[in-house]
Design a protein. Structure first.
Lengths: 450, 431
């Protein structure tokens, strides 16, 4: 059922017996809970028919939504109704972890403050994922992924000198914060299980997550007085900009040639990164290029000399690479001991990249209502086996009746009444929110978080 | 041949026990190269005791920039600092029998052996294989650029080539470069190590939980940086799989199959600002119009046609033009505060350095301060959440990035070596 024929995968049961009540939506929160689901937790995604996860209405619709929500169950409820609220209280009482990604204060305004969650489930782990966090002067501020990236310093760290920031090309902080939240949630489960229990609060902030990845820049400013708005920073794709009074680059590596070069093919796709980190590697690259006369200049023998001559070097190297296919270039350079890698698109990572294929990073799965497609795995291997994500996704409301019956012990008549009265099913006048129809919109609109 | 090196008797012994955090009591022995160093830092932040075993020359990341100029070129690496706070360091000569014996004893005490396997190796293949045999109960976590079973296994790695191959550079960049070429851009930083590191930690904790329920011995965890990056590009992969569309780079905003309005605007103080127009619903547009109107800068946006959401979407480039002119005359911080007061999801494009004085982050206690001989008194980024106590809340903890071999004495005492044994290592110029 799961994956390709020669792929070795196994379902993971590390979180077996852990129940997660999942109020998250958009990207960051669901990324956290999809990891928990892949590790064997029972994740119940809670939505209302009037305000479903906005990703259900995105252009790539069901597929994109399913990719973010693999292995979760779907429970629908009108949280604002008295009976709906009571059902949620009962679900909290049965849960070990509650995760949400609403704006700060929203869940509490529904009557589910941390204190209330603890009263209902004494060892609960309450995880929230927001831009600024649930405390501090900016706690109520509205953010999406790009907002948090801008504020955190991440956006500024990407770009060419003298140009506006290039930023991150998508809400990277949604993805990374989702993983970060999953890691701390797992640690909290470890604490509750083995280190004396008690309820835990994990108030994750995307801005803090972004800044925690820029430690060397923070230290550079303090210890060297580095001004990150100086000319030459950030240095585009280079390790350092020529003439920049550098203290050694901000990528943890220094060298030249060092950059992204055009290769044979369409301008949109045809680029290859080359990173020469030592004099020996320069001699190897030079040999690959046929030891041209310009490259034999003694001025280029040292890293310092090559950094000073980057304009000329990059032009010359680019004149050589533009005649070669990027994958051929990688083979050639790798064989010679030069660090290189084509700039790969989504299509190329899925259809061309031999390493990702061999490791089944995008395994094929057959899902109800969606059919057979490739999805993003959680790329962790345990004893050499890929973690097999459960081949299911939360079809809107599909698990509501089962959860009411099996978890809360409600009789069938009561389940039917709650549905008929619009407590757990869509109101008679409501529009369908089942995520199978695409609404054409810019893809950007689906890549938000709250 | 000396087995242990460093300057352990010149600096005060650092605290090993009593670390606060959800993984307190867990012992991690970190060996190898640089690609798994962030995983070690994160485990340390969670309260685990992370003992970094280095060669006598030190971890390769000590030799990479940026450097603290005041400490002398190549003495204090800031990328090393960023990836190694919370750890203890012991430097061992693994060519000597004494060094091997000490490593074996360390691994014997470990719950987790974290091994980075990149092209700058501390361990040869044989020794790496022995680590698992030395302690079958320890979780062996291997972090490498491409993974053990990959056609690219053992291939050369760098931060730049990793983010190119992994897909980040393919979606970040410019669509309006004066050269006419849509250049991809690789953001600066140590991002392949962060992406792989957080997944390695997820795998390790999952196995710490599993270890207590399963009868069998500990299992291994393996993460490839390339795999981790490849699943981190949000819309790029699903767009190809489900819509058969490739996304294209757009300056400062999401890559997409179609174009989107420019949302990076320049403010009067020279800073750029993210004036995010996504989800510009009726309420948000009314707020924007009210704000611009109150300062006579609304242009033609009060035209009734903009009340229609579809028209707004279609004419968003024009709306953002008006917004851009408005922001150009104002200070980015003032715009930020007023935009947020009006519930618009805007923010200034800060540098990491500017955030050191950020009132919100200070209020949340995000930053942690520490003084060390190598780095001096510095503020470090702390953990990305508030609530559950993490290691920085340990009283009297010196979590600074370790000097090479700084903690040898403390680690040897903790291993149970007698004062005589430690002295004999010192006399042999081993520590």
């Amino acid at each position: 059922m799961n994956g390709i024929s020669d792929d070795v995968a196994a379902p993971n049961q590390s979180l077996k017996g852990i129940r997660v009540l999942d109020f998250t939506w958009n990207v960051a929160g669901p990324t956290c809970t999809r990891i928990l689901a892949a590790l064997g937790a029972e994740v119940i995604k809670v939505e209302s028919h009037t305000m479903p996860d906005p990703i259900r209405r995105s252009p790539a619709a069901a597929g994109f939504f399913a990719n973010l929500n693999l292995g979760k169950r779907s429970f629908t409820v009108d949280a604002k109704s008295r009976e709906g609220h009571e059902l949620l209280e009962q679900l909290v009482a049965e849960s070990d972890v509650v995760v949400e990604s609403f704006a700060s204060g929203v869940l509490a305004s529904w009557g589910f403050s941390y204190d209330k969650l603890v009263a209902l489930s004494p060892n609960v782990i309450y995880v929230s994922v927001t831009g600024f966090g649930h405390t501090g002067p900016y706690q109520s501020y509205v953010t999406y992924g790009p907002t948090a990236q801008a504020y955190s310093g991440m956006t500024h760290s990407s770009g060419k000198p003298g140009r506006p920031p290039a930023g991150w090309g998508y809400s990277y902080l949604d993805v990374f914060t989702g993983s970060m939240a999953a890691a701390w949630t797992l640690s909290a489960i470890h604490k509750v299980r083995f280190r004396g229990g008690g309820p835990q609060r994990v108030d994750v902030s995307q801005v803090e997550t972004g800044l925690s990845m820029l430690g060397e820049l923070m230290l550079d400013a303090q210890l060297n007085g580095a001004d990150h708005r100086r000319p030459g920073f950030p240095p585009g794709n280079r390790a350092v900009w020529p003439g920049d009074n550098t203290t050694g680059g901000a990528r943890g590596e220094v060298g030249a040639p060092y950059g992204i070069y055009r290769t044979a093919g369409k301008p949109e796709d045809a680029f290859c990164a080359i990173a020469v980190l030592s004099d020996e590697e320069w001699i190897r690259l030079r040999a690959c290029m046929g030891d041209p006369e310009w490259a034999m200049s003694p001025a280029l023998d040292s890293t310092t000399g090559r950094i000073a001559a980057q304009e000329q070097l990059d032009r010359r190297v680019g004149e050589w690479t533009i005649g070669i296919d990027k994958y051929e270039l990688m083979s050639l350079l790798t064989a010679a001991g030069v660090r290189s890698g084509p700039v790969q698109s989504g299509r190329e990572r899925m259809d061309v990249d031999p390493s990702l294929a061999a490791r089944a990073v995008f395994p094929k799965m057959s899902l109800a209502d969606i059919g057979e497609h490739r999805f993003e795995s959680i790329p962790i291997r345990i004893d050499g086996k890929r973690i097999a994500s459960p081949p299911t996704w939360p079809v809107m409301g599909a698990d509501t009746a089962d959860i009411l019956r099996d978890l809360l012990g409600l009789p069938e008549t009561e389940i039917a009444r709650l549905a008929a009265q619009g407590i757990t099913d869509r109101p008679a006048t409501g529009r369908s929110t089942r995520a199978v129809k695409a609404r054409p919109r810019n893809l950007a609109a689906i890549q938000e978080t709250s | 041949m000396t087995a242990v090196s460093g300057t352990p008797n010149l600096v005060p012994t650092r605290k090993l026990a009593g670390r606060v955090g959800p993984l307190s009591g867990i012992v991690v022995v970190e060996v190898g190269g640089v690609v798994g160093e962030y995983a070690g830092r994160l485990l340390g932040e969670m309260g685990a005791l992370v003992i970094k075993v280095e060669s006598r020359q030190g971890s390769p990341s000590r030799l990479t920039g940026p450097f603290a100029v005041g400490a002398g070129w190549h003495k204090a690496s800031l990328s090393f600092a960023a990836l190694n706070v919370t750890k203890l360091s012991i430097a061992l000569d693994l060519d000597s029998q004494d060094g091997l014996d000490l490593l074996r004893r360390l691994v014997g005490r470990a719950d987790v052996v974290l091994e980075s396997q990149d092209d700058i190796r501390l361990l040869d293949g044989q020794l790496a294989a022995r680590l698992e045999a030395w302690n079958a109960k320890a979780i062996h976590c291997l972090v490498s650029p491409f993974g053990e079973e990959s056609p690219w296994a053992g291939g050369l790695w760098s931060e730049l080539t990793a983010v190119a191959l992994g897909g980040i550079a393919g979606v970040c960049g410019y669509d309006d470069d004066p050269s006419g070429i849509p250049w991809p851009i690789a953001p600066v930083g140590l991002h392949s190590r962060y992406a792989g590191g957080v997944l390695a930690v997820i795998g390790v904790i999952a196995e710490l939980l599993e270890r207590h329920t399963a009868q069998a011995g500990a299992r291994s965890v393996e993460v490839a940086l390339h795999d981790a990056l490849a699943v981190s590009t949000e819309g790029a992969v699903p767009s190809w799989e489900f819509s058969h569309e490739e996304v294209h780079r757009h300056t400062g905003r999401h890559a997409g199959a179609t174009d989107s309005p420019v949302w990076t605007v320049l403010c009067g103080d020279g800073k750029y600002l993210c004036a995010l127009p996504l989800s510009m619903n009726d309420r948000r547009f009314a707020e924007l119009l009210d704000w611009l109107g109150s300062e006579g800068s609304e242009g033609d946006l009060c035209d009734p046609r903009f009340r229609d959401a579809a028209t707004r979407d279609a004419e968003m480039p024009h709306i953002m033009d008006v917004v851009g002119k408005f922001c150009l005359k104002r200070n980015s911080q003032e715009i930020f505060l007023e935009a947020q007061r009006r519930r618009l999801p805007w923010a200034p494009i800060n540098t990491a350095a500017e955030l050191l004085s950020d009132p919100h982050l200070i209020d949340r206690g995000f930053f942690v301060e520490a003084d060390s001989a190598l780095y001096g008194k510095v503020t470090y980024p702390g953990v990305a959440f508030k609530g559950m106590p993490a290691v920085y809340e340990t009283e009297g903890l010196d979590f600074c990035p370790p000097e090479l071999g700084q903690d040898a004495r403390a680690v040897l005492e903790w291993l149970g070596l007698s004062e005589d044994q430690i002295r004999s290592l010192i006399l042999a110029e081993s520590i």
